[in-house]
Design a protein around this ligand. Structure first.
Ligand code: SF4
Ligand code: SF4
Length: 441
């Protein structure tokens, strides 16, 4: 694509980066066929190609964002299916991240939208605040019907609907410290404790720690790590996202210096995609660029790390039929497609893949709160495809997808690591009956 940026504009490294990306796009439109919002809404402006034109126009003309571009960029899930499809290697992720930051800096959203976004940014990344907010959600639940009738309050209704009615207690395993590997030592890793996942389902990281240590891997929970920044990054709040990235880079750099790390293991693929991008996000910060690149190179999804180990035979061979839902951040963001399915199959599960596996379930960070209508259409489509597999349980590697799919599916939805941990001798995942996990011990 031909671009028309002035030399003065190109002096801004963010614009220069976006210009490089824009020039790679050849307008072929292949990406439209796999874009969930185009497939759902049928509007070219809600396709990757349409959004690329809108972003190009806004950046070339040095214009503040307007209502039209904000509408179509807000509808983008950042699922990155377009990047998997694109034959020209267009890095839509970095382009849309730049556009979102530009929107945040130049566009004044309506008051309620601003308040909702500010509230999400103030609460979700902080486990204690998020836990307190979820406890308060019970008070608002009786008003869901009322909120749904008022367009500006639909995000509040969506939030209340997604909030679980009870919460598990925080896990002591998530406290800073070290979990020693059993038997011969096979590695040393840090694990991301993160934010929302540690509140909604602390048993996910517990399962990861328990399986890794049983396999002889020492797992460190470094003091001071926190939210990876993805939630605010996708809302265009760059300063907050970069502050989270810098804090985690400092924490993990200390852990590397103190005893070496083979990997930084992450059990939420949305977070993994962002941490693998820290090197890019902090490339212009001389104090962090190198450290951030090192952290990104060590970041591994837990299934990616496990797949590289020489796993023993599992203790249980369940034969349970599992529908594997590949989170967008897993398959498109990190290009991890094979490992989770192969690990499940090796552990004795029968893995089935739903049709339209490339399409997002509509979770996408805060998308199911901020765009509840498109999100629920995508969720229902996903659930229908999952249920058509005839599986008795759904496995996936991202807490957002688990919450989203579980809100409509009739079958249990669990994190892949919980099934693997159980097959290799760990406890039965909560919510799964004996009839689902019929293990031949
Ligand atoms: S990130 Fe997803 S929703 Fe956004 S343009 Fe690409 S395919 Fe469409
Ligand atoms: S597939 Fe790639 S090159 Fe083709 S229109 Fe989409 S982004 Fe541009």
């Amino acid at each position: 694509m031909q671009t028309n940026f002035s030399l003065a504009q190109l002096a801004d490294p963010h614009v220069a980066e976006s210009e490089k990306i824009l020039r790679k796009c050849v307008h072929c439109g292949f990406c439209t066929a796999t874009c969930p919002t185009y497939v759902t809404l049928g509007n070219e402006l809600d396709s990757p190609r349409g959004r690329i034109y809108l972003i190009k126009d806004m950046l070339e003309n040095g214009r503040p964002a307007d209502k039209e571009i904000v509408t179509h960029i807000d509808r983008c899930l950042s699922c990155l299916a377009c990047m998997t499809t694109c034959p020209s290697g267009v890095n839509y992720m970095h382009l849309v991240d730049h556009a979102r930051a530009h929107i945040e800096q130049t566009y004044k959203r309506p008051l309620l939208d601003r308040l909702t976004r500010a509230m999400l940014a103030l609460v979700l990344p902080y486990p204690n605040r998020f836990r307190a907010a979820l406890k308060l959600a019970g008070l608002g639940r009786p008003f869901i019907g009322l909120f749904e009738k008022l367009p500006a309050l639909k995000p509040v209704a969506a939030m209340l609907k997604l909030a679980p009615s009870s919460l598990p207690p925080a896990s002591p395993k998530a406290l800073p410290g070290m979990h020693a590997g059993q038997g011969a030592k096979h590695g040393r890793v840090a694990i991301l404790t993160g934010c929302a996942q540690s509140v909604l389902d602390p048993a996910i990281n517990d399962a990861a720690i328990s399986l890794l240590t049983r396999l002889g891997v020492e797992v460190v929970v470094p003091e001071g790590e926190g939210c990876c920044g993805a939630l605010v990054h996708h809302m265009g709040r760059e300063d907050q996202a970069l502050a989270s990235a810098r804090r985690n880079v400092d924490v993990w750099t200390r852990a590397i210096d103190q005893g070496g790390l083979d990997a930084i293991v992450i059990a939420a693929s949305g977070c993994g995609t962002t941490i693998k991008d820290y090197g890019f996000m902090l490339r212009l910060d001389p104090a962090y660029a190198e450290k951030a690149a090192r952290v990104s190179s060590l970041a591994k999804d837990v299934t990616e790390y496990l797949a590289a180990l020489d796993l023993p035979e599992p203790l249980r061979k369940p034969g349970t039929v599992v529908a594997y839902h590949s989170a967008c951040s897993m398959q498109h963001g990190q290009k991890i497609t094979r490992q989770p399915k192969e690990l499940l199959a090796k552990a004795g599960f029968v893995v089935r893949e739903p049709r339209e596996g490339h399409l997002c379930c509509g979770s996408a960070g805060t998308y199911n709160i901020l765009q509840p209508e498109i999100s629920s259409k995508l969720r229902d489509r996903k659930v229908k495809n999952i249920e058509a597999t005839g599986a008795s349980v759904v496995a996936t590697g991202n807490i957002g997808c688990i919450t989203q799919i579980a809100s409509a599916a009739r079958l249990p939805v669990v994190h892949t690591i919980k099934l693997l941990d159980w097959a290799y001798g760990g406890p039965k995942p909560e919510g799964l009956s004996d009839s689902i996990l019929t293990a031949a011990e």
